[in-house]
Write a protein that binds this ligand. Structure first.
Ligand code: MG
Length: 281
């Protein structure tokens, strides 16, 4: 058995062994880095019946709320839209990654290989168009399309990945309207950056946006970049919208919640967010 093969076998069963066996390249993740501490999050999302139940629960709530939205003409859901244009047709906006497509195998590869997230490897994963659907997402989007609601996908995938993203969504059967561009990616227009407000505004100019679905606060509002306290205030201020106009899918693997803890070595910043009991006397 080669050393490389032995290392691969170890890495399947033992995280510490995997750390010891990694090639000593510049991309090596130190033990305790965010990719190591992400093991629980990735495996939970991939194996826990509880995750599947949460996702199904979220999309069931989305479907119920959608029926309510459609009979209330004043119902709008985007911060960029206070009222819809006269006679505007209804639309829903969903994020893509970890909202409709499950990219946890890419996170699994990061853990196995010891690599850190990098645009090149992420781009290769996107091009593979191999993601499966988040539980409940397909049923919800199909239900929306069946009700005459246009389904938009607003994602921070780079525009270079549009063909592969469309291919992945189409392979899984997600509705992709043909009369209008419904896949709006970062960089597709000059003012379409990471913040999604300009893309929501574009949809809002022609449609009544009745619901937003995402896994990141930025999928709902551009006020997502603050620290932990600032983000908590945003949630308090928008409390009545959750479960009605806004539907959140749980993603413990990554998100702007991480950067809210500060810049620096991820394992350190994550630990800074920890609240702990002082322990037994
Ligand atoms: Mg996402």
């Amino acid at each position: 058995m080669t050393i490389a093969r032995a290392c691969r076998l170890f890495s399947v069963t033992l995280v510490l062994a995997a750390a010891a066996c990694r090639p000593s390249s510049g991309s090596e993740a130190p033990a305790g880095s965010t990719r190591e501490v992400n093991l629980s999050a990735v495996v939970w999302l991939q194996t826990a019946a509880e995750f599947e139940a949460l996702a199904l629960q979220a999309f069931a709530q989305a479907t119920a709320a959608l029926d309510q939205a459609l009979v209330e003409p004043s119902w709008v859901a985007a911060p960029e839209q206070t009222s819809a244009p006269e006679g505007a047709p209804p639309a829903v906006i969903l994020d893509v990654d970890e909202t409709v497509l499950d990219n946890s195998p890419y996170q699994g590869w990061l853990l196995r290989s010891g690599e850190r997230f990098a645009p090149a490897s992420w781009g290769a994963w996107v091009e593979a168009a191999a993601a499966e659907a988040v539980p409940g997402a397909l049923a919800f989007t199909k239900a929306a399309a069946a009700r005459g609601v246009t389904v938009f996908y607003v994602s921070n995938r780079d525009v270079s990945g549009e063909a592969a993203t469309r291919q992945n969504l189409a392979r899984l059967g997600f509705p992709l309207a043909e009369e209008v561009d419904v896949v709006l990616l970062k960089g597709e227009r000059e003012d379409w950056g990471s913040a999604k407000g300009t893309r929501r505004a574009e949809v809002a100019s022609r449609y009544r946006i009745v619901m937003l679905v995402g896994d990141n606060l930025g999928d709902f509002t551009d006020e997502y970049k603050g620290d932990v306290a600032a983000r908590a205030k945003v949630i308090e201020a928008t409390a009545p919208w959750w479960g009605r106009r806004w539907i959140m899918i749980p993603n413990p693997m990554y998100g702007s919640w991480e950067s809210a803890l500060g810049e620096g070595e991820p394992a350190t910043t994550l630990r800074s967010g920890l609240k702990a009991w002082r322990g037994p006397e």
